[in-house]
Design a protein around this ligand. Structure first.
Ligand code: SF4
Length: 343
């Protein structure tokens, strides 16, 4: 198949909070107008601070929650409009590796039962087939087949995450969504699991959507990176380009704050201050404008959309990536942060 395996178009998720007996509560804008694609053998990393919407994207892709708007195309099929019974066939194609290897495995099942269970949801396996499948999958993730009769409590954190990966591979998916898949593990074990994912991806040609807040991990595993801020992608770039020279002011701030050893480390001229605003009441225009050292008055008014740049990245910023009709910007009057704070 040519073209992207996974294509997401204008994906949006709003949660309506309960406001009381009669009136509707405020709306949480968890994901706003997000678009990206992932091809076979590619790793797209989604990064951002807690609450930026990256895990909601994982849940939307897996249809754990329903989108408010937008489409999710898997191999050319729009899976966001499929009925529950139609989803079964699609679920073979897309699997998930969860953050917590402790709670994502059934404590009462053996390793063999855990990793063969997804296949047995679709077809009956003989005892011999089950044993062969468990042996193959355990070997694939670097574990001894002799461990297949053990319970999850008898494994270390890294081994449990290997089991989670084996379970995700059981249905031979073309796409894996890994949501903070190594953040609960020790640093030395993280490296083993990341290398395992990279080896498996190369061998099986899987498209990997890797969600993480850890830029060091992203630098190690990613081909491209999408930076999210308050539910929107603000920069989408090849990893090498992103880490050497981020374009969006928020991306710069993220890299400047991350403990990644790199000779081309970005040093912010003006530090970013303040907290991430609430997605219930996001700032107008560019949601980053109250914290952005480059903000101009226009940023307070108009939401910037992702604009493709000549170097191959896409950036949502009125200053760093003015739209083609940027001439219509009403000047470049700097945004007055002190006046805004005083309001
Ligand atoms: Fe900063 Fe304006 Fe760019 Fe937003 S659009 S990141 S506020 S310069």
């Amino acid at each position: 198949m040519t073209g992207p395996l996974l294509k997401v178009e204008n994906l949006t998720k709003h949660y309506q909070l309960n406001g009381g007996f009669i009136k509707a509560g405020p709306v949480v804008r968890a994901v706003e107008d997000v678009s990206f694609s992932v091809t076979a053998g590619e790793t797209l990393c989604i990064v951002g601070e807690s609450g930026c919407g990256k895990s909601t994207i994982a849940r939307l892709l897996m249809r754990i929650v329903e989108p408010t708007a937008g489409r999710v195309m898997v191999g050319g099929t729009d899976i966001s409009s499929l009925k529950a019974h139609e989803l079964r066939a699609w679920r073979r194609q897309m699997q998930m590796v969860f953050q917590d290897p402790y709670s994502s495995l059934n404590p009462r099942l053996t390793a063999a039962q855990i990793i063969t269970e997804p296949v047995e949801n679709f077809e009956r396996l003989s005892r011999a087939q089950r044993r062969t499948l468990a042996t193959d999958l355990l070997e694939k993730v670097g574990m001894s087949p002799e461990m297949m009769h053990r319970l999850p409590s008898e494994f270390s954190g890294g081994q449990r995450q290997r089991l989670g990966i084996a379970r995700a591979l059981a249905l031979r998916p073309s796409i894996i969504v890994a949501d903070e898949a190594v953040s609960a593990l020790d640093v030395s074990v993280q490296a083993q699991i990341l290398n395992l994912l990279m080896d498996l991806q190369q061998e099986l040609g899987i498209a990997l959507l890797f969600i993480s807040h850890n830029l060091g991990v992203v630098k190690h595993i990613g081909h491209r990176v999408a930076v999210m801020y308050l539910g929107r992608i603000v920069e989408l770039a090849p990893c090498e380009m992103f880490f050497a020279n981020p374009s969006h002011p928020y991306a710069e701030a993220l890299i400047a704050a991350a403990p990644i050893p790199t000779p081309t480390r970005v040093r912010l001229q003006v530090p970013v201050e303040g907290e991430v605003p609430s997605p219930i009441n996001p700032p107008s225009g560019c949601a980053f404008h109250p914290r952005c050292p480059l903000a101009i008055e226009h940023c307070r008014v108009e939401v910037p959309h992702l604009v493709p740049m000549p170097d191959g990245r896409a950036v949502a910023c009125h200053v760093r990536a003015p739209a083609a009709d940027g001439a219509t910007l009403p000047g470049t009057v700097p945004f007055d942060h002190s006046a805004a704070r005083a309001e």
